[in-house]
Design a binder for this molecule. Structure first.
Ligand SMILES: [Zn+2]
Length: 503
């Protein structure tokens, strides 16, 4: 019984898709003019886990995540660099895949690009104009030729943000001479300017121009999934105005429809860096590729999933290093040779409804009640609005059980527990590396492994060795001592602990 927090109702609701057993899910993807940052990483990982869990529950999922490949920033950047728009976006789409593959973010079923859906966007704009929800700005105004959405015409405007039109409008004024009817009116079609590259211009009934950002998602989501869309997701920053505008466009364009545009709206929380808003001007802005030079990408994934997706996430090196240790602990429970999992399916807790819906298909029932217990708790956590921190806590308990079984020399039980740990972790996209390789690398990025060790890195390795000794993993403890020795670090063990110095 999956429950999802719906931003629109501000409550956790029982999830029932429009069509039994099938889920259509749309997530606003990336505007490709630069490298992806850790805010993108969070959004991508969060919704990757959502779609993985829906599939684990047995739903037939159609996951659509778009790419915005035309926009003001893209045009500006391409002009600055003296290259074509397609060349710029192609370069950053390739870079995006490199980052997302490293983070084990699975590819969506459809990845539409805005530039491929301009006719569909124009179709919606035409309907909005014909039905009086949009207007073209007259030639005497500054925004001449642009087509704008008239927010006043849409009674439900502000419902997703939970604010009235007057609240939203507070402090905003119509700029005289601009041609907008309301300061919150937003652009559907931007008429082309003389200096814009030809790649940014499409012909239309409204004259040459290009689509505004908001209309892109209405057109791509509806064209591929139809409506209602079961789940529409994105970062919290998209709730207003982007998603508010999507609802206004899509619902006004088809006023006779019997259902809403979207059934469940999901938003992931912000990423802050050292308790400040991440921004380029504050110099605390990190791209995914910068982070994975310091830490293995799986560390970043675990770090993201240890917070609930709706909570704010505070990024710092110390937090990442903490996640690295945590991940090493989990890998510590895995033997070098992959233990055959009965199937990589997750065992669901007994649920009559799920069974009736065929959601338990392919699930394996283990004869071991204790293992059922962990699997059940894991599933309960995930079904409670994707509570990954609790689900991950279950992984740690399972890992502790593996150690206990090994200490008791109960190899069959250790094997079963390990298989359960791997299967549950895989539904989160975790623990897919070779444990031997992980123990060697210490889950540090290439840059950290290759160059001289910083004090922080040395201290982390000393702590790790201490933990290995406590876990009676003397082989790993010795390997860490050797590694430090090769880097010219001398360890001195004493009853008070371990000190280190450079040679
Ligand atoms: Zn969008």
């Amino acid at each position: 019984m999956l429950r999802i927090y719906n931003t629109l109702s501000r409550t956790k609701e029982l999830f029932t898709p429009h069509q039994t057993g099938k889920v259509g899910m749309y997530v606003c993807g990336i505007t490709v003019y630069d490298y992806c940052h850790i805010g993108h990483a969070r959004m991508m990982v969060v919704f990757d886990v959502v779609q993985r869990w829906l599939r684990a529950l047995g739903y037939q999922v159609t996951y659509v995540r778009n790419i915005t490949d035309i926009d003001d920033k893209i045009i500006r950047r391409a002009v600055e660099q003296g290259i074509g728009i397609g060349e710029l976006t192609g370069r950053f789409i390739d870079a995006m895949y490199q980052d997302l593959d490293a983070l084990r973010v699975q590819r969506p079923d459809h990845e539409p690009r805005a530039t491929q859906f301009v006719p569909q966007m124009l179709g919606i704009i035409r309907r909005l104009v014909d039905q009086g929800f949009a207007y073209q700005v007259a030639p005497e105004h500054a925004l001449a030729g642009d087509v704008h959405y008239a927010v006043r015409r849409f009674a439900a405007y502000g419902r997703l943000s939970g604010r009235s039109l007057d609240d939203l409008r507070a402090g905003e004024r119509v700029t005289p001479g601009e041609g907008k009817l309301d300061p919150l009116d937003f652009v559907l079609w931007k008429s082309s300017k003389a200096d814009e590259p030809s790649e940014a211009i499409w012909q239309s009934d409204f004259g040459p121009g290009r689509p505004g950002w908001h209309i892109e998602c209405s057109a791509m989501s509806e064209s591929i999934l139809g409506t209602p869309i079961d789940i529409h997701g994105g970062g919290a920053d998209l709730q207003f105005p982007h998603h508010e505008n999507e609802i206004a466009q899509s619902e006004a364009a088809m006023p006779d429809r019997e259902h809403p545009f979207v059934r469940y709206w999901m938003h992931n929380g912000f990423v802050r860096v050292d308790n400040e808003k991440m921004s380029k001007s504050l110099g605390n802005f990190f791209t995914i590729r910068e982070v994975v030079e310091q830490f293995d990408p799986e560390v970043l994934r675990l770090y993201i999933l240890r917070a609930h997706y709706r909570s704010p996430l505070n990024y710092s090196d110390a937090h990442l290093d903490d996640a690295r240790h945590a991940l090493l602990r989990l890998y510590g429970a895995l033997s070098e040779k992959r233990v055959a999992t009965p199937s990589d399916q997750i065992v669901q807790p007994a649920s009559d409804q799920a069974a009736a819906m065929g959601l338990n298909q392919g699930a394996v029932t283990s004869p071991d009640d204790a293992i059922d217990h962990w699997q059940g708790r894991f599933a309960d956590a995930m079904n409670d609005d994707f509570n990954t921190p609790v689900a991950i806590a279950v992984l740690f308990e399972l890992a502790a059980e593996v150690f206990r079984a090994r200490e008791q020399l109960d190899a069959p039980r250790a094997g079963k527990l390990e298989a359960a740990l791997r299967a549950l972790a895989s539904s989160l996209g975790l623990l897919d590396q070779d444990p031997g390789h992980v123990r060697e690398s210490g889950l540090l990025g290439l840059a950290r492994r290759g160059s001289g060790l910083s004090d922080g890195a040395i201290e982390a390795m000393v702590r790790e060795r201490q933990e290995a000794k406590q876990a009676k993993d003397f082989q790993r403890a010795d390997r860490l001592r050797d590694e430090l020795g090769q880097a010219g670090i001398v360890l001195e063990d004493s009853p008070q602990g371990t000190r280190w110095r450079r040679q």
